[in-house]
Design a binder for this molecule. Structure first.
Ligand code: GDP
Ligand code: MN
Length: 387
């Protein structure tokens, strides 16, 4: 779950990281009123779940009321890489002496949190990593020992932070680790982490992703989910309690069990296809669940073919077949379906499907055969009957 900049900064503040206070508003009049309370100069910042807002014209300094009005008017409703700006954040403008970079993310291959720090902040950090990797300090944190003050100081010194503020940088890194750990974040990034002329170290921006599966431990963070900017299909799936993730391709996928669905995505990709979604119908999928799932998969208009990959354990294949038959009766899909039923009651399931003689439903015996068939069908090719 990604947070907007101001939400991330509010989390930072709770853990003692210095940020400017400000106000989130969604109209020009409220922006002007907020700026009046905060005091000029202010900065008007688009709140969208995408970086590079500054370059896109979504971050503007304003010296007086006329400028706030102008910038708020331009930024509200602006499209930034496909994200419409509905909210702007107004904060007192900071004076900047230096722009640094700091982030912590989970490095899955090392099985440890990775702390990164650079004094080349404010810019595209990927570029720093590529062109001058020696300027990006990478430090793995022992998850059992945590981040010590000595380690944080060492990272700040190794990164060549100005000597008079290494303590301030270390404090910021320690606070950032506390955010990452205690809030169950998967990413906590500050770009830029600024040094002011008064030699204060402060987070000017934030990029925070929280682990959605840990959200139940943080009731105070639950209201942060930005449902307005969420994918509408994923939001619907969440409301219906379906495990669904939208992907970029055109082949709808349904399986039972997360592991099976993941390998189905892989096999489809291997066969040259591109999955349109992840959907885990779960164990014990009954007819009603299947109907709901088909409805959801087909609500994505990019889908040109669907693959059902069911391995019956607790799930009974005959029940899945019944669900599919019922779904076809109601929804009357126009795209081809490939169905692989294997495991508990698979013969019964296949018999039911054969009897129902659904238009455009192609049985398959193995996962590879199913993947190849669905890839061909999605591309509009005809396929022969199952061997
Ligand atoms: P991003 O472009 O989406 O990463 O948005 P940022 O919040 O990082 O802002 C982009 C840039 O705007 C920063 O790197 C700063 O150079 C500048 N900026 C943002 N806030 C302030 C501010 O309070 N004062 C000054 N002088 N510049 C700011
Ligand atoms: Mn930034």
């Amino acid at each position: 779950m990604d947070l907007l900049e101001y939400q991330g900064k509010q989390l930072f503040a709770r853990h003692g990281l210095r940020v400017s206070s400000g106000k989130a508003v969604d109209s020009v009049e409220d922006a002007v009123a907020a700026a009046g309370e905060i005091g000029y100069p202010v900065v008007v910042k688009a709140q969208v779940l995408i970086g590079g807002r500054g370059k896109a014209g979504g971050v503007k300094l304003a010296a007086d009321e006329a400028e706030v009005r102008e910038h708020a008017q331009n930024i509200l409703g602006m499209d930034i890489k496909g994200h419409t700006v509905r909210t702007v954040w107004i904060e007192h403008a900071s004076d900047i002496a230096s722009e640094y970079y700091a982030s912590i993310l989970l490095d899955r291959s090392a099985k440890k949190p990775l702390l990164m720090f650079s004094i080349e902040g404010g810019v595209d950090i990927e570029e720093v990593a590529e062109k001058t990797p020696e300027k990006l300090i990478r430090h793995h944190i022992d998850p059992l020992a945590g981040l010590s003050r000595d380690e944080a100081l060492q990272v700040a010194r190794e990164g060549k932070a100005d000597e008079d503020i290494v303590e301030g940088v270390a404090d910021a890194l320690l606070a950032l680790y506390e955010v990452w750990l205690e809030e169950d974040a998967t990413l906590a990034e500050i770009n830029p982490l600024i040094v002011t002329p008064e030699r204060e170290v402060k987070a000017l921006d934030s990029k925070v992703s929280l682990d959605g599966n840990a959200l139940y431990r943080h009731p105070e963070n639950q209201s942060l989910s930005d449902s307005e900017n969420e994918d509408p299909l994923e939001r619907r799936a969440k409301e219906e309690g379906v495990q669904y993730v939208k992907l970029d391709g055109n082949i709808g996928i349904l399986g039972n069990g997360a592991g099976l669905v993941m390998s189905t995505l892989d096999v489809v990709a291997q066969a040259g296809g591109s999955p349109a979604n992840f959907l885990d119908a779960g164990g014990g999928s009954n007819a009603e669940t299947i109907k709901q799932a088909v409805d959801l998969i087909l609500a994505n208009t990019a889908v040109t073919a669907v693959l059902f990959n069911i391995f019956g354990g607790i799930t009974r294949c005959d029940e899945v077949a019944e669900g599919l038959i019922a779904a076809f009766g109601e929804i009357k899909p126009t795209v081809p379906f490939v169905v692989r039923l294997d495991g508990t009651n698979d013969e019964e399931g296949r018999r039911l499907l054969a009897e129902a003689d659904l238009p455009n439903v192609h049985p398959a015996k193995t996962m590879n055969e199913a993947a190849e068939k669905v890839v061909a069908l999605a591309a509009g090719e005809a396929v022969g009957a199952s061997a």
